[in-house]
Design a protein around this ligand. Sequence first.
Ligand SMILES: O=P(O)(O)OC[C@H]1O[C@H](OP(=O)(O)OP(=O)(O)O)[C@H](O)[C@@H]1O
Ligand SMILES: O=c1cc[nH]c(=O)[nH]1
Ligand SMILES: [Mg+2]
Length: 217
Amino acid sequence: MKIVELNQSNTILNRYLAEIRDIHIQKDSLRFRRNIERIGEIMAYEISRDLPYHPLEVQTPLALATENVPAIQPVVATILRAGLPLHQGFINYFDQAENAFVSAFRKYIDEDHFDIHIEYIASPRLDGKTLIITDPMLATGGSMELAYKALLTKGEPAHIHVASIIASRQAVEHVKKTFPADKTTIWCAAVDPELNAHSYIVPGLGDAGDLCYGEKE
Ligand SMILES: O=P(O)(O)OC[C@H]1O[C@H](OP(=O)(O)OP(=O)(O)O)[C@H](O)[C@@H]1O
Ligand SMILES: O=c1cc[nH]c(=O)[nH]1
Ligand SMILES: [Mg+2]
């Protein structure tokens, strides 16, 4: 399975990544959401390199020009709620994309134990399409796996791009085990080494959903 770790290259993405991790800057929730959206735009640009292309003739005021443009538009799926600003970044670039939404949230049984609940799915048919599943945090990988399984009820995609901003090493291994190796690519801005007892990514950034939209009860 191909795994792309974008912070291994020096680009402006690393500035936005540093800002969403920063305990002081991340308190500005408008900036936090906008940084996540900007990272989504950059990830969409990077993933666009992997799409099929075909030549398109366009009429300029002076003559015909030919440009190679993406031959397909992906389906951009996201996991509510923290995925929303990342999703917006993706569709800023893939502006003709179809969209899918899945809800997944951790329901804690006690401090360190939780079940993941999927209660909502809205998706087009996925057969033969390129599916991008976006979620800023890939901690255990459980939400991503369950969201993918829920999306499979809408058909079998031809290719799957898993796009997360911060993934734990453990979650990358989990996706490798639970997604089809021959047609899945993992894209992340950073791979972090650990999970804590609460299954939060360390160093990570904290709770992405709460930082975007406030604490939930
Ligand atoms: O890899 P996992 O261990 O499943 O954890 C990652 C999930 O946790 C976060 O969502 P959360 O459950 O906090 O919901 P929220 O977006 O409503 O805050 C995040 O956006 C992922 O969906
Ligand atoms: O580190 C983590 C893990 C799950 N969800 C988050 O928002 N952050
Ligand atoms: Mg959350």
